[in-house]
Design a protein around this ligand. Structure first.
Ligand SMILES: *[C@@H]1O[C@H](CO)[C@@H](O)[C@H](O)[C@H]1NC(C)=O
Ligand SMILES: [Mn+2]
Length: 599
């Protein structure tokens, strides 16, 4: 007997789904009891029991399907062929998609390349899927004022998958109290996808029929970049509070109330919810602990620990002050306007969030992270809109430096290893933003460094940076050598981090990059005192051990150790290659790429 292929596809589909579901349940189960920083209270036991019951049922269904499948398998034995893995290298398939047919793999991979996440799966998940409540249990017990301010939610996107936008909209409508939700504003920053026009409009119209004009759409006729697109969403908003979010998110239960309550208490606080990670491949949710947001001197954002006061409260459901903000932001609409929304002189991507944070702190407000407000956010495997984001990042960072960083602005140049002057990067007109700073009577940046973000290393003592070359061989650069390892080497110049060197006024030479935060340490060039091999060691430890880390160096001259009097030089080995060595000074000369002050 031949079973029609269609039926076996359906059966396999059901099996795949039930397996996915079971593994999801197992994950959920294993997560709960292991959650070490949470108390076990009876709700957990009840959840476990419920999950157990569900799992029993799923097991039963799976057994039933297996029996059926066995029969089908016997019947289709001559049809069955092993499905080939078409993209063994693709991150999409590293833990997902084993059961897909070749055509399905092709479709899934194509969409993954286009969007950076699993659009194939997204289309097949319900728009109103349930996501686990990952909040601290104290959150559910909090009581918020009745008369909270209203909220406009702005979703910014550029070629986002339709199913992902729908899921974002659906979660916002489901999980925001209707009387508080003024509107959802979709800001399309010039997407080229066809389904973001007709098909999305149909979905919008469907919702708007029911909930009069709840969803609005702003579509740009050219790409404005993240900062301008966000400002255009803010301009369209009418609610008392505006939440400017990415469109690849799902909000969690009661996400809005804790934010609105904070702003009701103080309109000068700009807030961030806590993100959970939605994996780009399985679209499953991984819980993230609350933490503050910070940045380095490249103005890249990163997670950072809260101030010690927050940990002393010993209540992870409480809001905590944050040095910076990742990008998603919630603020009093008028207050955000008063302090200048976002810098519209920025292009494409990056830096606008750090600029906002610095401005808010310096000009009379503050930033907070609110743990009881959670948003699940897809972490893409790659960003689709620009292959190299470092160009706009550098440009935007230099803009922030020029407007806000005062005497610390050269740190941005040091971090990106670009010259202080003559770098040829056009940062646009900054007069308006400088006037804004004047008008708002904002504090100097030094105040921020000393009072808000003292974890940021001031880099006061750096006097030279960039690659370090010996003038006997200018194709070779000093390089940190193999990692892990503690021997610096000479290598063909490629100008990446591993060859970035720094000379400071104490006489230390860092090799292989420089750390932005005081809790990290750099690696210092050392003279072990004997032998000819130089060393490279954690500077803090090297100082404690009193290794020889101080060097006399002036631009275009010898690099001489203050203790041993030996010089860093290059010499040809028996292998006829040049090596980095320590020896009695023979008059070799070194040049560091960029100089801050003449030395
Ligand atoms: C999702 O929507 C479907 C169809 O409207 C409905 O039957 C289902 O109960 C909803 N599920 C949730 C979790 O709201
Ligand atoms: Mn995002």
């Amino acid at each position: 007997m031949r079973v029609p292929a269609r039926i076996s596809v359906i059966v396999i589909g059901v099996i795949v789904f039930s397996r996915m579901y079971m593994s999801f349940i197992r994950q959920e189960r294993s997560r709960l009891p292991n959650d070490d920083n949470r108390l076990q209270i009876p709700e957990d036991l009840e959840t476990l029991r419920r999950l157990k019951r569900i799992e029993d049922q799923v097991d039963k269904i799976a057994k039933f399907i297996e029996v059926k499948n066995q029969k089908v398998k016997e019947a289709v034995v001559e049809q069955k062929t092993e499905v080939k893995k078409l993209y063994p290298e693709s991150p999409l398939f590293s833990s997902w998609g084993a059961e897909l047919t070749e055509e399905e793999q092709m479709e899934a991979e194509r969409q993954f390349q286009e969007y950076g996440y699993n659009v194939f799966l997204s289309k097949r998940l319900p728009v109103n899927r349930t996501i686990p409540d990952t909040r601290d249990r104290r959150c559910a017990l909090k009581i918020y004022p009745k008369d909270l301010p209203s909220i406009s939610v702005v979703l910014i996107y550029l070629n986002e998958a339709l199913s992902v936008i729908k899921r974002a909209i659906c979660s916002i409508i489901d999980k925001t109290p209707a009387h508080l939700l003024t509107e959802i504003i979709l800001v399309d920053d010039y997407s080229s996808n066809e389904d973001l026009q007709m098909a999305l409009d149909e979905y919008i119209n469907l919702i708007n029929k029911d909930k009069l004009g709840l969803i609005k759409k702003v579509r740009h006729k050219r790409q404005m970049g993240l900062a301008k697109a966000r400002v255009s969403g803010w301009e369209a908003a009418k609610g008392q509070v505006v939440a400017i979010l990415d469109a690849h998110i799902e909000v969690h239960k009661q996400w809005a109330e804790p934010l609105l309550a904070r702003i009701k208490a103080d309109r000068t606080i700009v807030l961030s919810p806590v993100f959970d990670k939605v994996c780009f491949d399985t679209l499953e949710i991984t819980e993230y602990e609350p933490s503050a947001h910070g940045f380095d001197w490249n103005l890249w954002c990163m997670y950072e620990s809260f101030r010690p006061e927050w940990y002393k409260m010993n209540d992870p459901s409480e809001p905590g002050k944050s040095y910076s903000i990742m990008g998603i932001l919630v603020a009093d609409r008028q207050f955000l306007g008063e302090i200048g929304v976002l810098d519209e002189g920025m292009t494409i991507y990056g830096g606008e969030n750090v600029e906002l944070a610095i401005r808010v702190w310096l000009c009379g407000g503050s930033i907070e992270v609110v743990p009881c407000s959670k948003i699940a956010h897809i972490e893409r495997a790659h960003k689709p809109y620009s292959p190299d984001l470092s160009k706009p990042m550098i440009r935007n960072a230099l803009r922030v430096a020029e407007i806000w960083l005062d005497e610390y602005k050269s740190n941005v140049n040091i971090a990106w290893n670009i010259p202080l002057k003559g770098h040829g990067i056009d940062i646009g007109d900054v007069t308006e933003r400088k006037q804004l700073r004047e008008k708002l009577k904002c504090k100097p940046f030094k105040w921020y460094l000393e009072n808000v973000y003292p974890l940021l290393d001031k880099w006061n003592d750096i006097i030279g940076y960039g690659v370090l070359k010996n003038d006997l061989h200018e194709d070779y650069c000093v390089d940190e050598g193999p990692v892990p390892g503690s021997v610096p080497i000479l290598y063909d110049c490629h100008y990446y981090d591993s060859q970035h060197c720094y000379y400071n006024s104490n006489g230390e030479i860092y090799i292989g990059g420089i750390k932005s935060h005081t809790y990290n340490s750099n690696r210092c060039l050392t003279d072990p005192g004997s032998g000819s091999t130089p060393g490279l060691h954690d500077c803090k430890q090297a100082k404690e051990k009193e290794l020889n880390i101080y060097w006399d160096f002036t631009q275009g001259n010898a690099v001489r150790n203050r203790n041993t009097n030996r010089c860093l030089e290059i010499g040809q080995g028996e292998d006829s290659y040049y090596h980095l060595i320590l020896q009695t000074c023979s008059g070799q000369k070194w040049t560091i790429q960029h100089v801050i002050k003449d030395f």
